[in-house]
Ligand binder design. Structure first.
Ligand code: PLP
Length: 427
C-alpha cells in the first residue's frame, strides 16, 4: 500500500510507516495513492465478518503484512459483532457498540494496537494521547497488556463522566492515566509540547494513536461491508447511509468502502450544532465557528481533522459530490428523535439519534436507510434517562468498572511535571 501526504506529495509512506508516524510532514494526513476496486463484492458479502475483512484489508494493503500476521491481527481485534437492527420498515441501524468500551472506536483502536504490536517488532513504544471521553477508553483497552507498549492518557480532571473515567483509569499495568488540573485544551497542549520535546519524543518513542492514524480508517472500512452483508437484496440497491460525524473518520471509511465497490447509493453527513461541514456543502465556504457543547459531545468538533481526506476522495473522483449531503440537527430535534426511536421500541443515545433524524428527514421514496449506532446508550446514561424519562440498566462492562477504584494520578497543568512523571514511570 502506498500513501501520500496530502500536504506534501514528496512525502510518501508504506502502510507500516504511516501507522508508526501517524501524521506526515507539516502535520499532513496520509492518503492512499490508489483505492483498489473489488471484483467479487457479492461473493465477499457471503463470507463471515473476519474472513471477509481479511480479504478487504488484503486488497488495500497489497503485499504488506503476511497472511499469518494479517489474520492474527483481525482475529485479535474484531472479537465482537456489528449487528444490523431494523427500527422501521425502511430504516435500520448498524450497532457498532458491542466492543469492550461500548463505542465504535473499539474497532479502530484494537486494530491499531494489534498492528503496532506486530510491526514494532518488540521495540518499546509510548502512546501519549489526550481524551475527552471515548477515544481514551478505546485506546487504553486496546493496548492493555501488550508487551513493550506503554500508554499515557491525559484527561481533564472532573470534566468527564465518572463512568467514562472508570473505563480507562481502572486498568493499570501498562496503562498510565493522568488527571490534569485543567480543561481538554490544556491536555492537548501538554501532548503537543511532549511531541516537540526530543527527550520524550525520541527517548520514549512516542506515538499518538489518535483518529488520524490510517490503521483506524482501514479497520472501519470493514464494518461497512458487514452492514451491507446483513441487508436484504432490495435494500442493497437503494442504500443511503447516515453517519453521525465529529472528526469525520467514520464517514471517510464509508466512502472508501463505496469506492472499493460496496453498493451504497449516497451518504448523509449528520452533525450536531457544530455544523461546519453541512454549511460548507451548501455554500462552498469553509467557515468554522467556535465549538459549542451539545448532548452529543463526541461530535463537538468544529474543525474536523479528517475532512481533507474527504476532499481528496471527491477531487480524485472516488465520490461524486452529489452523493454526499450534510444535515445539522439541533438539540431539540436530537431529543425528539430519541423519543421517536423509543416509541418505535428502540433505545438510542444522542449521537445515533442525530443520524436517525437526518436520515428520516431526507430519505426518498424507494430508498432504504441505515444509520450508524456509534455508542451504547448506557454510555450517555444521564442524558438518555432525562430525555426518555426512564431508568436505563448498565451493561456488564460498565457495571464491572463502576465499582472499581480509579488508578489515575493527578498533575497540575504543567509540562515540567508531566515530563518528570513520564521519565520516572516509563524510562
Ligand atoms: C467519536 C464519535 C463520533 C464521531 O466519529 P468521527 O469518526 O470522529 O466522525 C460519533 N459518535 C460517537 C459516540 C463517538 O464516540
Amino acid at each position: 500500500m502506498e500513501l501520500v501526504n496530502l500536504k506534501d506529495a514528496q512525502d510518501t509512506a508504506t502502510f507500516c510507516e504511516a501507522v508508526q508516524r501517524g501524521l506526515g510532514k507539516q502535520q499532513g494526513l496520509y492518503f492512499p495513492t490508489e483505492i483498489p476496486t473489488l471484483e467479487n463484492v457479492p461473493a465477499l458479502l457471503e463470507l463471515p465478518f473476519a474472513e471477509r475483512s481479511i480479504q478487504v484489508l488484503r486488497a488495500l494493503l497489497g503485499n504488506e503484512l503476511n497472511e499469518g500476521e494479517l489474520e492474527s491481527i483481525v482475529q485479535a481485534a474484531f472479537t465482537f459483532s456489528a449487528p444490523v437492527v431494523p427500527v422501521q420498515d425502511n430504516i435500520a441501524t448498524l450497532e457498532l457498540f458491542h466492543g469492550p468500551t461500548l463505542a465504535f472506536k473499539d474497532f479502530g483502536g484494537r486494530f491499531m494496537a494489534q498492528t503496532l504490536a506486530r510491526i514494532s517488532a518488540g521495540k518499546p513504544i509510548t502512546i501519549l494521547t489526550a481524551t475527552s471521553g471515548d477515544t481514551g477508553a478505546a485506546v487504553a483497552d486496546a493496548f492493555h497488556g501488550i508487551d513493550n507498549i506503554n500508554v499515557v492518557i491525559l484527561f481533564p480532571k472532573g470534566k468527564i463522566s465518572d463512568l467514562q473515567e472508570k473505563l480507562f483509569t481502572t486498568l493499570g499495568d501498562n496503562i498510565h492515566t493522568v488527571a490534569v488540573e485543567g480543561d481538554f485544551d490544556a491536555c492537548q497542549s501538554l501532548v503537543k509540547t511532549a511531541f516537540d520535546d526530543p527527550d520524550i519524543r525520541e527517548g520514549l518513542h512516542l506515538n499518538s494513536a489518535n483518529s488520524i492514524n490510517i490503521s483506524r480508517l482501514l479497520a472501519q472500512v470493514c464494518y461497512y461491508f458487514e452492514a451491507v452483508s446483513q441487508l436484504p437484496a432490495q435494500a442493497r440497491e437503494q442504500l443511503v447511509v447516515s453517519v453521525p460525524s465529529g472528526n469525520f473518520g467514520n464517514l471517510t471509511a464509508g466512502i472508501i468502502a463505496k469506492a472499493m465497490g460496496l453498493p451504497i447509493k449516497r451518504f448523509i453527513a449528520a452533525t450536531n450544532m457544530n455544523d461546519t461541514v453541512p454549511r460548507y456543502l451548501k455554500s462552498g465556504e469553509w467557515a468554522p465557528k467556535s465549538t459549542v457543547a451539545t448532548m452529543s459531545n463526541a461530535m463537538d468538533v468544529s474543525q474536523p481533522n479528517n475532512w481533507p481526506r474527504i476532499e481528496a476522495l471527491i477531487e480524485r473522483g472516488y465520490l461524486d459530490k452529489a452523493s454526499l449531503k450534510g444535515e445539522c440537527v439541533d438539540e431539540d430535534y436530537t431529543q425528539i428523535a430519541m423519543r421517536q426511536l423509543a416509541q418505535a421500541g428502540y433505545t438510542s443515545e444522542p449521537h445515533a439519534a442525530i443520524a436517525y433524524r437526518a436520515l428520516s428527514h431526507d430519505l426518498q421514496e424507494g430508498e432504504y436507510g441505515l444509520f450508524l449506532g456509534t455508542a451504547h446508550p448506557a454510555k450517555f446514561r444521564e442524558t438518555v434517562e432525562n430525555v426518555l424519562g426512564q431508568p436505563l440498566s448498565l451493561p456488564k462492562a460498565l457495571a464491572e468498572v463502576a465499582g472499581k477504584d480509579s488508578l489515575a494520578v493527578t498533575l497540575p497543568s504543567s509540562y515540567a511535571e508531566l515530563k518528570r512523571y513520564m521519565l520516572d514511570s516509563l524510562a
